[in-house]
Write a protein that binds this ligand. Structure first.
Ligand code: FES
Length: 575
């Protein structure tokens, strides 16, 4: 590389100096056995790793990082791996979503404070993908995102079982008395058979697909199983590409355009992706200054056909999706419905990347003229119950419930729900509307995945498997049902949801995009005047900072002061 090109690299402010400062920056690094030539001005690629044994879905990431390093070295770069806060969906309480923005701050500040020219972001379990992309986007260096890949299919008594989705259905069967608790416990050891993320089209697979649809990942990033050797080839090639994009100055903001987000929204509909993608894409768009709002998800997505037959909306799992052609086949199939000229991390357009992507199984990936469902996008609802919006994923619901008027059965908190739901005395039947409060971004705190409330046993025993449920919560991407989510404003800030009482009538009309509390305005105003906000969850630390600054669901739940980006100018010298 010519000397003048070397000088442009950000890392030269640390490693390029022939003085005491430069000595200090290099000398301590050498205790890792790094030879002199690595400090000669080549691109320094930070491998941002969310490995953690507390995040089982990302527990194989040290091996992935080694393959990224091979690619970086091969292309003449200098890889340096660093850890950031990891967010394990299955262990963290009260919810990983409480920490997405905290992790993004860790990522942003770790990048800006260090001698990095480009990045490879290793992401997997749900929130690690948006957290790393948001933090990196606020620095706007060239970056490639590498997802960890899904687990192999779960196998239980000769059948495939999928992460989350089959846990929900089997636990409902236990409550209905149709399978035994012993059977359910046996399934526990059969579901997660390999390294990787949930192998349903849950939030992890959705976000891995968003990475690819946005153009931030290498082609096929979404679906290669974690243990498939091709996942490691992809990591290797991503490492190579990270060096090249530093030379090309291909920053995240050049990829993350309005067109890229429009593609992501449409692809999310076509794959039956998670409603969680809404809050993550809104927050990411906010970091790069792309104007995106909740209504875009309905406007752009609602006409999209569902092409991918994966649980929870369909039958198959991510392994079959990959063998059928994976996301490249979907991106090609969608043709002009997408901005095929959108630039991607490969340096080529989305269309060029996927022009010859084959489909090997038309059961798993349907052709455009034979979709699983015609209009599969997320519907955004409005009405006096959700003036700032609420969402429902029709592909995971029951069409006969999409127009429904029912009596509200209200649960003030999730603890209230748990205390009452199994009681034979609970006054509820399948025509009722279950309403949960206190599960929004500020109320829980952290916006948990509680929206798909389990049904009462007395309803389940009739063989009924779905009811209308409404809350200010999110829902796991692996879950399903006629579930209205993300009600905004949430109950904890005095949204109308806070004012719903047992016996009120609630009206849902998905076709008309409406959700209303059939109570007159004067009565609502009277209840509002008597409403008192809940006490804060904490008077110190992160939870206090979070509660004071988190934005509502329709705005993506970023902290208000994190919106936008600060670039990655070299900070003042280390002292
Ligand atoms: Fe980690 Fe699903 S729990 S990806």
């Amino acid at each position: 590389m010519p000397d003048d090109a070397k000088k442009k690299l950000r890392s030269s402010a640390w490693f390029g100096k022939q003085d005491r400062e430069g000595f200090n920056h290099r000398a301590w690094m050498r205790n890792q056995g790094l030879p002199t030539h690595l400090f000669d001005g080549r691109p320094v690629i930070g491998i941002c790793n969310t490995w953690s044994e507390l995040t089982p879905c990302n527990a194989h990431f040290r091996r992935i990082a080694e393959h990224v390093k091979r690619g970086v070295y091969e292309a003449g770069g200098f890889p340096l791996e660093f850890p950031v806060m990891s967010l394990g969906e299955t262990l963290m309480r009260p919810t990983t979503m409480l920490y997405r923005n905290l992790a993004s701050m860790d990522v942003e500040e770790s990048i800006r404070a260090n001698p990095l020219d480009g990045l490879v972001l290793l992401v997997g379990c749900d929130k690690t993908t948006p957290a790393l992309m948001m933090g990196a986007a606020s620095c706007d260096l060239p970056a490639v995102v590498v997802s960890g890949g899904p687990m192999l299919n779960g196998k239980f008594r000769g059948h495939d079982i999928g992460s989350g989705t089959d846990v929900w259905s089997m636990s409902e069967e236990v409550r209905a008395g149709t399978i035994s608790l012993a059977d359910f416990m046996e399934a526990e050891s059969c579901m997660s058979r390999s390294a990787g993320t949930c192998m349903t089209m849950g939030t992890a697979s959705t976000m891995a697909s968003m990475v690819e649809a946005l153009g931030m990942g290498m082609p096929a990033n979404a679906a290669i199983p974690a243990v498939d050797s091709r996942r490691y080839v992809l990591a290797h090639m991503a490492g190579r590409r990270a060096v090249e994009i530093v030379h090309e100055d291909l920053r995240m903001s050049k990829i993350l355009t309005r067109e890229a987000f429009e593609n992501a929204i449409k692809v999310n509909a076509a794959i039956g992706g998670s409603t969680n993608a809404i809050v993550h894409l809104l927050a990411l768009a906010g970091r790069v200054g792309v104007k995106l709002d909740l209504d875009d998800f309905d406007k752009l997505g609602h006409d999209m056909p569902l092409l991918v037959d994966l649980r929870p909306s369909g039958r198959f799992l991510m392994e079959e999706f990959y063998y059928a052609g994976g996301l490249p086949a979907v991106l090609r199939e969608l043709g002009t419905m997408l901005h095929q000229d959108a630039l991607t991390i490969t340096g080529k357009s989305l269309g060029e990347n996927n022009a010859s992507a084959p489909c090997w199984n038309r059961e798993v990936i349907r052709p455009l003229d034979k979709p699983l469902q015609e209009k599969a996008g997320i519907a955004v609802l409005r009405g006096n119950l959700c003036p700032d919006g609420a969402v429902i994923k029709p592909s995971a619901g029951t069409p006969s419930l999409f127009r429904h008027r029912g009596r509200a059965v209200v649960f003030e908190t999730i603890e209230d729900f748990k205390a009452k739901i199994d009681s034979p005395d609970l006054d509820i039947d399948e025509t009722c509307v279950m309403v949960l409060k206190g599960a929004g971004p500020r109320g829980y705190p952290g916006f948990p995945e509680l929206g798909n409330l389990p049904l009462p046993p007395k309803v389940l025993k009739k063989g009924i498997t779905d009811m209308v449920r409404i809350s200010d919560a999110r829902m796991s991407g692996t879950a399903y049902g006629t579930v209205v989510l993300h009600v905004s404003p949430e109950s904890a800030v005095g949204g109308t949801l806070a004012l719903v009482q047992n016996g009120d009538m609630v009206e849902l009309d998905v076709e008309k995009r409406s959700l209303n509390l059939a109570v007159d305005d004067a009565e609502i105003a009277k209840r509002r005047a008597a409403w008192k906000p809940p006490a804060p969850h904490s008077e110190r630390g992160w939870v206090k900072l979070y509660a004071e600054h988190v934005m509502q669901a329709h705005q993506g739940c970023d902290l208000d002061f994190l919106v936008g980006n600060s670039g990655a100018a070299v900070p003042r010298p280390a002292h």
